[in-house]
Design a protein around this ligand. Structure first.
Ligand SMILES: NC(=O)c1ccc[n+]([C@@H]2O[C@H](COP(=O)([O-])OP(=O)(O)OC[C@H]3O[C@@H](n4cnc5c(N)ncnc54)[C@H](O)[C@@H]3O)[C@@H](O)[C@H]2O)c1
Length: 348
């Protein structure tokens, strides 16, 4: 039986992970620690609130006293660290919050873990899993090989720089103090409970309302996409069989240009509206057969990375990871989820 502290568990990937973990590990104790920023939504965890073993704590990872007392009182043996400021555009207009949560917050967690796990020895075994991003590796040209775990860091935005700093701190706490850590660097996620400021949910909600579909620059920026359920399974594998001190890249092997991705969502919208007649009444502004006409190219993001691609051979070979959800299936399911869970995104 494990006793987990999941930071940022009311956010997009965090809440998917909490649902995933508690489905497969019913005897475990799981605490979510989340500050409920604009990106955190307690509604995403509502079905779990009455489940024994689950506890929600509204609090900040920068609050060392709170974190230390939770680790001690709850005898936490596993931290899965998702909490972060995550939107690149917000990091450009206001980087300070990114330094505070992503760097200072991660350091606060590491210090509390060092105190309770290494100094006080409150539990026999422990693990600190740090969830990071492929953006720490910088940007690729069209012919460059994908990022490997050995690719030198070259973060380009305040967001990716703050995540890179947190990755280095996690590594240092392993090498200096012997904290039992693992880190994963993952490509772009999509799926249920994704806040509609990010590309895929934004495009879906805008299609439904017949609003413009903004695309940065020429739309040729390439991202690798992974369904969030596959990311959650990968983290589970790392927690179970990952080597302490190791870094694992996680990717979808699904590189696509932003413009193509948006066009695919427009085609999916057309098919969904054809097969579900009631949707025409619910979303009268949706152009249905002409969603692609809503595409608008807007001024590019400063310093916009051109291409990300992930070589995830290590986690495939060492831990047996493989993606279960193809990009097309995943986009269809995600579109359907937003149509069927309107109350979730309307409440934001
Ligand atoms: N979304 C992606 O595509 C992606 C890809 C790779 C890695 N990641 C990483 O995965 C993690 C989760 O990403 P996400 O997309 O779910 O993020 P998100 O923005 O949806 O959620 C972040 C969560 O952290 C909480 N939070 C923020 N500051 C906090 C603080 N100081 N104390 C406690 N809680 C706080 C928020 O309330 C929110 O619930 C992040 O570390 C991110 O860097 C994300």
């Amino acid at each position: 039986m494990r006793r987990l502290l999941v930071t940022g568990g009311a956010g997009f990937i965090g809440c998917n992970f909490v649902h995933h973990w508690l489905r497969g590990h019913t005897g475990d104790r799981l605490l979510v620690l989340d500050a409920l920023t604009y990106a955190g939504n307690r509604m995403s965890l509502a079905p779990l609130e009455s489940q024994p073993g689950f506890r929600f704590v509204h609090g900040n990872i920068c609050d060392g006293t709170l974190v230390t007392s939770l680790l001690r009182e709850e005898r936490i043996d596993t931290i899965v660290h998702f909490a972060a400021e995550t939107h690149v555009d917000r990091s450009i207009s206001g980087p300070a919050a990114f330094i505070e949560t992503n760097v200072v917050g991660t350091h606060t967690l590491l210090e509390s873990a060092r105190k309770v796990w290494l100094d006080e020895r409150v539990v026999d075994h422990h693990r600190f899993h740090h969830v990071s991003t492929d953006e720490v590796y910088g940007s690729l040209g069209p012919q460059d090989p994908p990022f490997r775990e050995t690719t030198p860091y070259a973060p380009n935005s305040p967001y990716s720089a703050s995540k890179a700093a947190s990755d280095h701190l996690v590594r240092a706490y392993h090498h200096t103090y012997g904290l039992q850590v693992t880190t994963s660097n993952c490509s772009n996620n999509y799926g249920p409970y994704h806040f509609p400021e990010k590309l895929i949910p934004l495009i879906i909600v805008n299609i439904l309302h017949g609003r413009p579909l903004p695309i940065y620059g020429d739309g040729r920026n390439v991202r690798d996409w992974l369904h969030v359920s596959d990311h959650c399974r990968a983290i589970e594998l790392i927690l179970q069989d990952g080597k302490v001190g190791e870094v694992y890249n996680i990717g979808g092997r699904a590189e696509v240009e932003n413009l193509q991705l948006v066009r695919s969502l427009c085609e999916i919208a057309e098919r969904v509206f054809e097969s579900r007649e009631e949707l025409g009444g619910r979303y009268p502004q949706c152009p249905q057969h002409a969603a692609a006409d809503l595409i608008r190219f807007v001024t590019d993001r400063p310093g916009h990375d051109r291409r990300y691609a992930i070589d995830c051979a290590r986690i495939e070979q060492e831990l047996g990871f493989s993606q279960r959800v193809t990009l097309l299936e995943g986009l269809r399911d995600t579109f359907a989820w937003y149509v069927d869970n309107e109350s979730w995104w309307r409440s934001l």
